[in-house]
Design a protein around this ligand. Sequence first.
Ligand code: G3H
Ligand code: 13P
Ligand code: ZN
Length: 334
Amino acid sequence: MVNYKELGLVNTRDMFQRAINGGYAIPAFNFNNMEQLQAIVKASSDLKSPVILQVSKGARNYANQTLLRYMAEGAVAYAKELGCAHPEIVLHLDHGDSFELCKSCVDMGFSSVMIDGSALPFNENAALTKKVVEYAHKYDVTVEGELGVLAGVEDEVKAEHHTYTNPEEVIEFAKRTGCDSLAISIGTSHGAYKFKPEQCTRNAEGRLVPPPLAFNVLDAVMEKLPGFPIVLHGSSSVPQEYVDMINKYGGKMPDAIGIPEDQLRKAAKSAVCKINIDSDSRLAFTAAVRKVFVEKPGEFDPRKYCGPARDEMEKMYKHKILEVLGSDNKLANL
Ligand code: G3H
Ligand code: 13P
Ligand code: ZN
């Protein structure tokens, strides 16, 4: 059993309250490899932003759970080396799907876990979330629950099958479970194809223009749970410059589209205090690697293409912190 405090990590409690009060959101960036972690830590340290390092079940399987945990411990030391005397870094389990997985993460030093029971009926979701909360809170680990279902490209769900969070259920859920934050569904979804062309209009350049997020649902949730930390998943913007680069250098991503950044900025100013971004990092990485492969076909040193990919991700993370989340210079001890 390792407690996250021994690793220099923090939980989400204080940073979420400060974010709500201050009208900004904390970045939650997924990582699966060293270059992503380096870019996240460099961007957040340079800009003095608190940051949530997210590890999915898939990331644990890909990179090895133990290695990822030590990498997060290394992230704290690296942030200090970069001149950030008091970094606020959370190690968070993204989309935990069982009590056992959440417990294993708590036991190995995670400071925050998500239990995603959103596909379950309300009572089962609440019972599972409560069980995780009871265990995690013994170790001061914070817990994110989820109500409402995000459409996702992986399950071929049409957007009309989004189940927006029912604001009538949130008080009961928060009260019954004791969770520390709540992910809600207001029209975001995972991946790089968040909307089908038939749900969108097109602008003069022929690019898809997605339907707006359901801010009325967010407003209703905030009215029911004033001051309660809200989380948005599926919040990549799918920057068209990366889609264009990928397509230019041999990729094929027609009509990839995300959530416009101005809508996320608006959400960040509300009780939304955690915004999840993974796909934009994948796009930045892939675009940069494809460019090197096409322009320097003789290159075979991974540092020569992973290095530019890392630089591109750092640029993207900094842009998110500055222009979308507003979390720069928000460390408790600057
Ligand atoms: O919400 C999903 C995250 O983007 C993680 O994706 O399960 O492929 O690691 P993954
Ligand atoms: P994106 O696919 O939009 O980056 O969402 C990531 C996410 O929600 C991770 O939990
Ligand atoms: Zn998610």
